[in-house]
Design a protein around this ligand. Structure first.
Ligand SMILES: [Zn+2]
Length: 506
């Protein structure tokens, strides 16, 4: 059995524009648990207050999977990591240190011997708290192989239960990585008694191939993220390695615990929550992954599905039925739909979403999955106690500047401002700039229609920046001016929420 170690909430969240709030992380964690992930890396607890909080909450809600926190190889980091994961049913501390000469010399400024001693001490310290301890040799693929063998052997002796050989910079290629993992399997004492992990980055587009080469050489844990999100070109995509092992069992002779029919749901959840959509031709989960448009293919498919299809859309959870809700659908049907989409919802949240759903159903005849997801996302993106839009008015006419008046409130204090610009949205942003101060820069602004038709919901995504940090906001309405104002205010609320939580704790 190949273990799946998912790092969507840690490595994945480090990618630009992917930061998630607590509620969003919990939704993803529950889906990962439900689909059979073995280990969920929930974050890097000591990096900020917000990370600590989310690792602890994930540890509390996850029922089956092991929950891990990343930690540098220092006592203090490990103490904090343990504090965050200790309430998990199956806790894990994941500690790491770089082992390549380039990192030792320029980043850590320590010798190989010092590096090895730090790792041993860190593992022993982690082990004093927790049975499951993973150790990673950061930048392993650019590490001298003899030193790597020495490090892995020392890690096992110190008590590591899982040892990870990451291709941190996405530099290796399948044949080389195979040889490296094989050399460890052949030379390290005790290696067959621990879990040996591969962790690849996709800088050269080889993350999936490299991970599978590692498995062929004897690795039995793959570290990956949903949709392959992650820094730079991303991490190994979970759906790709899982379906490769599944579809080519004849070659790999091993599988994972993942319920493959949950893949589509997990992918869509992560796309909706992060706002980062996969390209249409993305393997396994792209919109075109199972579309056969050419006439010859269609003819073959009609005669026998297997002529051109190596796996079925159903096997990864794409279903043909798209049960549409309408005006007369009740709360029960709505809850079923929300759960089918992969979300968990409390009774209180259901009441709020149900009211919004009823309002939407009054304006729109048919409600699709995407509309329901958009309502959920809007609800999750809300920040308690932030600014609220009370009212806005806009005037616009050909050849003249538009004017937009915006009224907001916070803690019972109301403020109203007027802005002008080319068109009502430009004028609205002018007002918002006056409201929240000029040091905020608008970095990105996108409007997408959630479904088709003139009554479709418009989803606005905004990224603002202040003092070098970026914050995203979402807005949702049939009226794009309103959804734009809402998105901006939501981004400002996130800025306040995250700047408090981003504070370092050590
Ligand atoms: Zn990584």
């Amino acid at each position: 059995m190949i273990k799946i170690f998912d790092t969507t909430l840690r490595d994945g969240e480090q990618s630009p524009g992917c930061s998630m709030n607590l509620e969003e992380k919990l939704q993803i964690a529950r889906q990962l648990d439900k689909m059979g992930v073995d280990i969920i890396e929930a974050g890097f607890a000591c990096s900020s207050k917000g990370d600590f909080e989310s690792v602890s909450k994930v540890a509390e809600v996850v029922e089956n999977a092991t929950v891990a926190s990343l930690s540098r190889a220092t006592k203090k980091d490990i103490d904090i990591a343990w504090d965050a994961v200790k309430h998990a049913k199956h806790p894990m501390i994941h500690t790491f240190i770089a082992t390549s000469d380039i990192h030792l010399e320029y980043k850590l400024k320590i010798t190989r011997e010092e590096c090895k001693n730090m790792a041993i001490e860190a593992i022993k310290h982690a082990k004093s708290y927790c049975d499951q301890v993973e150790f990673s040799c950061e930048d392993a693929t650019r590490t001298d192989i003899d030193f790597l063998i020495e490090m892995v052997e020392a890690a096992i002796e110190a008590g590591a239960t899982n040892v990870n050989i990451p291709d941190t910079v996405g530099y290796t290629e399948p044949f080389e990585y195979y040889k490296m993992i094989k050399a460890l399997k052949d030379n390290v004492k005790g290696i067959d008694d621990i879990t040996l992990a591969v962790h690849c980055h996709n800088d050269l587009g080889m993350a999936t191939a490299n991970s599978l080469a590692g498995v062929m050489a004897g690795a039995n844990q793959i570290e990956c993220t949903i949709n392959g999100i992650g820094e730079r070109a991303g991490n190994t995509a979970m759906e790709e390695v899982v379906m490769a092992l599944e579809t080519r069992y004849d070659v790999y002779k091993d599988k994972t615990n993942i319920k493959t029919t949950e893949i589509a749901r997990a992918s869509s959840l992560v796309q909706t929550i992060t706002g980062v959509k996969v390209q249409p031709h993305k393997a396994i989960v792209g919109a075109n992954a199972f579309a056969h448009e050419s006439g010859i293919h269609q003819h073959g498919m009609l005669a026998n599905q297997q002529t051109y299809e190596i796996m079925t859309p159903e096997s990864v959870g794409f279903t043909k039925t798209n049960l549409v809700l309408g005006k007369h659908s009740g709360k029960h049907a709505l809850r079923d739909k929300i759960e089918e989409l992969g979300y968990t919802i409390s009774d209180e949240e259901l009441n709020i979403i149900f009211d919004k759903f009823k309002n939407l159903a009054d304006e729109k005849k048919e409600i699709f999955d995407e509309d329901i997801e958009a309502l959920m996302i809007g609800e999750m993106a809300k920040v308690e106690g932030g600014y609220k839009l009370l009212d806005y008015q806009t005037t616009t006419s050909e050849g003249k500047d538009s004017k937009t008046i915006i009224k907001v409130s916070k803690d019972d204090e109301e403020t109203e401002v007027v802005g002008s610009g080319r068109g009502p949205i430009d004028a609205a942003f002018d007002s918002l700039g006056k409201l929240f101060g000029g040091s905020i820069t608008l970095e990105d602004f996108k409007i997408n229609s959630v479904t088709k038709g003139r009554d479709a919901l418009g989803e606005t995504k905004i990224i603002i920046s202040k003092d070098g940090s970026k914050y995203s906001g979402k807005g949702l309405s049939n009226d794009i001016i309103k959804s734009s104002i809402d998105a901006y205010i939501n981004a400002v609320n996130h800025m306040e929420y995250f700047s408090e939580r981003r504070k370092e704790i050590i």
